[in-house]
Design a binder for this molecule. Structure first.
Ligand code: CA2
Length: 148
């Protein structure tokens, strides 16, 4: 594995600026710096991106799937709504670990279901920004077929 894509959806650019009780104090840049350092030690390049636009996530997932490179995906609120992102994961055969900062199952009812989980290889929720670290650890140290 030479590269890992960390893809972030809508409003995650606000991380660390509001709602720290729900999402913590770290910014997305803080998370990127920490994960990049861990990945670099394993000679893996991290492509860390955020977009508020559903189509960007679709394109990036397709690109990763085509390249055979795994994805850590926090699609934000699109997790609960997006058939397009589900189709992108399925259609490109992308290896996706879905992550959420918060425990979506302990929050409002409309957050309990993710449309993406059925297409993901695994799901990590509720560990704050450490959900991303756990996903990276899984990709680096517990690879399954097609990842290593
Ligand atoms: O817990 C997660 O990681 C979520 O994917 C975050 C999404 C939410 O819609 C999902 O249900 C669960 C929201 C991201 C918005 O992040 C903000 C951060 C700071 C201030 C406002 C929003």
């Amino acid at each position: 594995m030479k590269a890992i894509h960390v893809l972030n959806g809508p409003n995650l650019n606000l991380l660390g600026t509001r709602e720290p009780d729900v999402y913590g104090h770290e910014t997305l840049a803080d998370i990127e710096a920490r994960l990049s350092a861990v990945a670099a030690l394993q000679n893996v390049t991290l492509h860390f991106r955020q977009s508020n636009h559903e189509g960007d996530l679709v394109t990036w997932i397709q690109d990763a799937g085509r390249a055979g490179e795994p994805v850590i995906l926090n699609a934000g609120a699109y997790s609960h709504t997006s058939i397009a992102i589900f189709d992108a994961i399925k259609g490109s055969n992308a290896h996706v670990i879905e992550v959420h900062l918060s425990n979506i199952h302990a929050r409002e009812h409309f957050r309990h279901h993710s449309r993406l989980s059925a297409a993901a290889r695994g799901v990590i929720v509720g560990f704050g920004s450490r959900s991303y670290d756990l996903a990276l650890q899984a990709l680096l140290f517990a690879p399954t077929t097609g990842e290593s």
